[in-house]
Design a binder for this molecule. Structure first.
Ligand SMILES: [Fe+2]
Ligand SMILES: [Fe+2]
Length: 247
């Protein structure tokens, strides 16, 4: 039997108009890379910053570019997104924080909303942590997906717009008592990076489009045309292995 396969794309930053530096072509290439995988993934999660400016035309373009995907596609908001615009175009039910639970084979995917509307930094306040905890079941291997990684990555400009203490610590405490959470998967930092919190692995996926250069400690944020990547998370023997597939 094929293990559960969850593909991850992140931060497409779709732009429509003269300022665009190739975001649509880049997302199309990532979609083609997902469709070239064998076996095909059971689902795809896109970990936020779907649109660069949160405009309806950008969501429309993203929707067209994602249409070739034949499996369920799970969306969540990043700091660049308009939560309502994303929810409306991709028909995500509910209101308030855009968060929900999906099943990917034997894996439970808990899609979290870390957006702090109007700000670039993320939030995991008490209400959201309580919501996450309520979605967990001790017997079900789970992946938590969110935009902002709940760890520092050593790039100060990005760490300054991450999830602040004490919310990171509070999530770490929840994860330390929730070993069924096999991984936290995120985006936002425009690099493939890995850390841990509360004994749980945290994986950040590269952007489908522009990357943050690997300049540890740099006070500047630049985005450059470095090779992109997608990820494939594979549920194996009750655990999870996360592969990075460069494009
Ligand atoms: Fe981003
Ligand atoms: Fe972001």
């Amino acid at each position: 039997m094929t293990p559960p396969l969850l593909a991850q794309l992140s931060d497409p930053h779709i732009e429509v108009g003269p300022g665009d530096r190739g975001s649509a072509e880049a997302l199309a290439a990532a979609v083609a890379a997902v469709l070239a995988l064998r076996p095909l993934p059971d689902a795809v999660v896109i970990t936020g910053d779907v649109a660069n400016g949160g405009a309806a035309a950008e969501y429309e373009r993203a929707h067209e570019l994602l249409a070739p995907l034949t499996m369920p596609v799970h969306m969540l908001p990043g700091n660049h997104d308009d939560r309502d615009g994303l929810r409306e175009r991709f028909a995500v039910p509910g209101d308030g924080p855009l968060q929900y639970v999906a099943q990917v084979g034997d894996l439970r995917l808990v899609v979290c909303d870390t957006q702090r509307p109007g700000e670039d930094g993320g939030a995991l306040d008490d209400g959201r942590l309580d919501w996450i905890e309520a979605q967990l079941d001790a017997d079900v291997p789970t992946v938590l997906a969110m935009h902002h990684p709940p760890v520092a990555i050593g790039l100060p400009v990005l760490d300054a717009i991450g999830i602040a203490e004490p919310e990171r610590t509070a999530l770490g405490e929840l994860l330390a008592r929730s070993p069924q959470v096999r991984r936290v998967i995120a985006g936002h930092v425009h690099r493939s990076a890995f850390g841990t919190i509360g004994g749980c692995g945290v994986f950040a996926c590269a952007s489908t489009h522009l990357q943050a250069p690997l300049e540890i400690g740099s006070p500047e944020l630049r985005l450059i045309e470095e090779p992109s990547a997608i990820a494939l998370h594979v549920g194996l023997d009750g655990g999870l292995v996360s592969h990075v597939q460069p494009l």
